[in-house]
Design a protein around this ligand. Structure first.
Ligand code: DGY
Length: 426
């Protein structure tokens, strides 16, 4: 039944956050994702804090408590046992006191913490929480540039598609050809017990996800060795834009908290990355695209990763071009922003990151566009996002043509983003 009224949308969003709340962290959704995911949690904290500020801070503090000694913040924290998910801790074998995965995820924490801090009504709590998180996030940012930019190009590489969060994007197809599938342990996928196989990555992709995992595991998860060893090294504009934004936001926060060194370091990292960012611009596509760091070439794939670049302070001329890109996509599908260009023959309106719309992506793109003065396009994205929820409920993702809800249901970060979109309208 369509949910047309704003207060009912808010109520339903709050109910989903409560349903997926495990006390000190939230699960993305029951069944399909039964643990704590890194960027899910940081974006969810925005919604949680609208209902309970302390609970919002706690979400990020729980995640950061599982930071590795080298500074990495893992993409999953396995707080409990749950055989319903693959690959679980016995596959990762990272040796952490509370088991975690061994790869990372988009560094959205710096952005989220600034936003919580700016909005806080409880100033004392905000001060103590932000101070505790500041040093940890700073260490994570340094980890990125030390381990994922060994030649000092200014931008970082992902070594596994799961790190981008856009697991089966068309962006990775070509590079994935290089990833072998021999020697992987026998496994049973669990995601297909919870979601429709036609909405999920293929078995051939899972084999390669597993090969990379085993390759890194064989190197004892020593982050100083993984970049050189991985046949998959991609400089993703979306991933880098999130990191740049987080560096800038952390610098802002560090200034307020009197931590000059942290502020300077993060501002420098962001400036260097922004200077290098222009190398990812594609005139052919009128947007940023990924670079394959193994071959050195730009990847011929126009995904939402390139449009998410606007989340960082890219040049105004580029932000305007990205607003035009969103408008072009809007002519090719009923709803925006498709995770891949519907005009591309590889587009698939149902399959995870190969076409469907994700509310967190919409949120970051709309935020960046609004900051760049592209209020109309930002407003269009916001309206579309709320329309999708009103007609399809709080799904994991949506078909950009039909608006059909896809993947998991009762999805935590979708609910959090609804609260965010509604708040921005107040
Ligand atoms: C999954 O299991 O689908 C996740 O996206 C990996 O993080």
């Amino acid at each position: 039944m369509p949910i047309n009224d704003t207060s009912r949308l808010r109520e339903r969003a709050a109910a989903i956050l409560a349903e997926n709340d495990r006390g000190h962290y939230t699960v993305p959704t029951r069944g399909l994702y039964p643990f704590q995911w890194n960027w899910d949690s940081c974006l969810t904290a925005l919604g949680l804090s609208q209902l309970d500020e302390a609970r919002g801070w706690l979400e990020i503090e729980t995640l950061m408590a599982h930071q590795w000694p080298d500074g990495m913040v893992p993409h999953i924290v396995f707080h409990v046992n749950d055989e319903g998910y693959f690959p679980g801790p016995h596959v990762w074998r990272t040796g952490r006191p509370t088991p975690t995965s061994g790869i990372t995820q988009p560094a959205v924490a710096g952005f989220a913490v600034r936003r919580l801090f700016e909005r806080a009504r409880d100033r004392r709590l905000a001060d103590t929480s932000a101070r505790r998180l500041l040093t940890k996030i700073d260490r994570w940012h340094q980890w990125f540039f030390n381990n994922r930019d060994p030649d000092g190009e200014g931008l970082v590489a992902i070594l596994h598609p799961w790190e981008s969060g856009r697991d089966n994007s068309i962006d990775w197809d070509e590079a994935f050809e290089r990833v072998p599938t021999d020697g992987i342990d026998a496994y049973v996928r669990r995601d297909l017990q919870h979601a429709d196989a036609s909405h999920r990555p293929t078995n051939a992709q899972y084999d390669r996800y597993l090969w990379l995992l085993q390759c890194f595991r064989d190197l004892d998860w020593d982050n100083s060795r993984l970049h050189a060893a991985s046949p998959f090294r991609i400089v993703d504009p979306g991933f880098n834009a999130i990191l740049i934004r987080s560096c800038q936001d952390l610098a802002w926060l560090a200034d307020r908290l009197g931590e000059g060194d942290i502020a300077r370091r993060n501002r420098n990292l962001a400036e260097r990355a922004l200077a290098a960012f222009e190398t990812l611009w594609s005139e052919t596509h009128g947007q940023y695209v990924c670079r394959d760091r193994v071959t050195g070439s730009l990847i011929d794939s126009a995904s939402c990763g390139g449009i998410m670049s606007v989340f960082a302070a890219i040049p105004r001329i580029r932000a305007t071009a990205l607003a035009r890109r969103v408008e072009t996509l809007a002519r090719n599908s009923r709803h925006v922003v498709a995770s891949h260009d519907p005009a591309d023959s590889r587009f698939d309106s149902h399959r995870y990151w190969r076409g469907p719309i994700w509310l967190i992506v919409n949120y970051m793109i709309a935020d960046g566009l609004a900051n760049a003065g592209e209020a109309d396009t930002a407003g269009r994205i916001r309206r579309d996002s709320l329309d999708l929820i009103a007609s399809g409920g709080f799904a994991e993702y949506y078909d950009p043509h039909s608006g059909e809800p896809l993947g998991g249901g009762s999805f935590t970060w979708t609910a959090a983003m609804v609260l965010e979109f509604l708040r921005n309208n107040d």
